[in-house]
Design a protein around this ligand. Structure first.
Ligand code: NAD
Length: 486
């Protein structure tokens, strides 16, 4: 274990990271805390590695170092910052196998999907590094007006447990490219990977520029209420997002909030049922339904309802449930006990509400937070399973008669993160897509993201965007220069 007060580390990029100890990174040093905590492997209940329980003093130390880091980093030219972010992306690739093992161990997702998350984390970091945020220039006579984008200062990135590495990179890359310093707070349920990611970053960025603080849920409010940060980038539930915004408002910190979703799929009567049903099943149950963008309401046109339901059930039967370390598993366990209990609440509604279960409906006995993928056939549209975000492997199958009704039902939610329309008729699908109230709308696919374009939610799914030029601007102040010839 590193001693109290912090240890220097090897910043040689060819030296593999040490995956036996996990510490906060403060001012370029690995810092342990007097108290520690650990996560739980959701597949078997085993304890994860010890991680720090940050104190208010650790927060103060990180804030002071972050201000110092910002003063250095904000003066480094864009091209050099870009090179550092690109090198960091390569560093992630070099350590991929270790990150993957830890991700499956502490998050629960199958190894194949953990690999996918790491690939996306590296490629999104690289894509963001290659974005260009140009100054705008407007000339008129002897006056030259320019709009430039300057870094905000110290930023805080608060990360959830469902994609802990990818979502941390989604905050690190744009914050660093635009010249900010950033403190990452990983989720208490998946702390180890996030801590290692920030430790890895020390090889590419000066001290104090990228830091991490781990702790329990009492740590977040210490960061959001602290006077130093200029911005909080938060990904998590809508409930917590509102508390973050309230706390950040005290010093008018900028916020980007990436929050919950209740994504609809609108399945039209002209689809190839056998081709579409397996895709819909996978998009509902990927990551055991624990994706902000998982399909959470599946609307199927009445005339094909029965045939589509049967094809969906058949496809769902093929999705294997088990520990993420087993070959061929599609659904790992639900990530943590709190989430497991929450999802089980929907299962207890099955009897109470007399829902028809198309497949699943039972929770397997035994170790680990395993839940069989479950489809509820046409529950009432005001029932909890339709209105709320279960964030687990249970999804309602609903119906509509015509395009107008599909649009009205799909939009009938407080959320507006993603949505998709499935049809062989692209013109018809596009027309519906444009009327859906969601930040990302897909036709004949879902959850296919591109870091060159903005991602964010409408309504209570969030404020602001990550990725794309809009995402870069969200880490900047806009400054207008009015230059006039003497
Ligand atoms: P959560 O809101 O419980 O926690 C998210 C993070 O906030 C964690 O790091 C947690 O420790 C921290 N936190 C908790 N209380 C806090 C407070 N008062 N102040 C500051 N930080 C605090 O969310 P979760 O359960 O980790 O993640 C699941 C939720 O995240 C789902 O609703 C899902 O839809 C959403 N999500 C959204 C996106 C998106 O991009 N829109 C992506 C992934 C997940």
């Amino acid at each position: 274990m590193a001693e109290q007060g912090g240890t220097e580390q090897s910043n040689d990029i060819s030296t593999p990271l040490d995956w036996t100890t996990f510490a906060n990174t403060i001012d370029g040093k690995q810092v342990q805390t007097a108290r520690s905590r650990h996560s739980i492997n959701p597949a078997n209940g085993e304890s994860g590695p010890d991680v720090p329980m940050s104190t208010p003093e650790d927060v103060e130390n990180a804030m002071t170092a972050a201000q110092k880091g910002f003063n250095v980093w904000s003066n480094v030219p864009w091209d050099q910052r870009k090179k550092a972010v690109l090198a960091f992306a390569n560093g992630i690739r070099q350590e991929k196998d270790n990150f993957v093992k830890m991700l499956t161990r502490e998050q629960g997702k199958p190894l194949a999907f953990a690999r996918m998350e790491l690939d996306m984390a590296a490629s999104f970091t690289q894509t963001v590094a290659n974005l260009v945020l140009s100054e705008e220039r407007y000339q008129a006579g002897d006056a030259d007006t320019m709009v430039r984008y300057t870094p905000l200062g110290v930023c805080v990135g608060i990360v959830p447990w469902n994609f802990p590495i990818l979502l941390a990179c989604g905050k690190l890359a744009p914050a660093l490219l635009t010249g900010n310093s950033i403190i990452i707070k990983p989720s208490p349920f998946t702390p180890a990977g996030g801590l290692k990611l920030v430790e890895l970053a020390q090889r590419y960025f000066p001290s104090g520029v990228v830091q991490s603080l781990s702790g329990d849920d009492s740590l977040g409010p210490l960061l959001t209420s602290h006077p130093v940060p200029a911005k909080i980038s938060f990904t998590g539930s809508t409930f917590t997002g509102k508390r973050v915004m309230e706390s950040a408002s005290k010093t008018l910190k900028r916020v980007t909030l990436e929050l919950g979703g209740n994504d609809p799929a609108v399945v039209l009567d002209d689809i190839d049922i056998n081709a579409v049903a397996p895709k819909i099943a996978q998009l509902a149950f990927l990551n055991s339904g624990q994706i902000c963008l998982a399909l959470k309401r599946i609307f199927v046109q009445e005339s094909i309802f029965d045939e589509f339901r049967d094809a969906l059930v058949k496809a769902t039967k093929e999705l294997r449930l088990g520990p993420g370390t087993d070959e061929g598993v599609f659904l790992g366990p639900v990530q943590n006990s709190m989430q497991y209990e929450r999802v089980k609440g929907f299962f207890s509604d099955i009897e109470k509400e007399k829902w028809n279960v198309a497949i699943g409906g039972k929770i397997p006995e035994g170790k680990g937070y395993f839940i069989t993928p479950t489809i509820i056939d046409r529950p009432k549209e005001d029932s909890r399973i339709v209105v709320e975000e279960p964030f687990g492997p249970i999804v309602p199958l609903l119906t509509f008669s015509n395009d107008e009704e599909a649009i009205q039902k799909a939009n009938d939610t407080q959320y507006g993160l993603g949505a998709s329309v499935w049809s062989s008729n692209i013109a018809r699908a596009n027309e519906i897509a444009r009327k859906l109230h969601a930040g990302s709308v897909w036709v004949n696919t879902h959850f296919e993201l591109d870091a060159r374009v903005p991602f964010g939610g409408h309504k209570e799914s969030g404020i602001g965007v990550e990725f794309g030029i809009g995402g870069l601007k969200s880490y900047c102040n806009s400054q207008t220069l009015y230059l006039k010839k003497p």
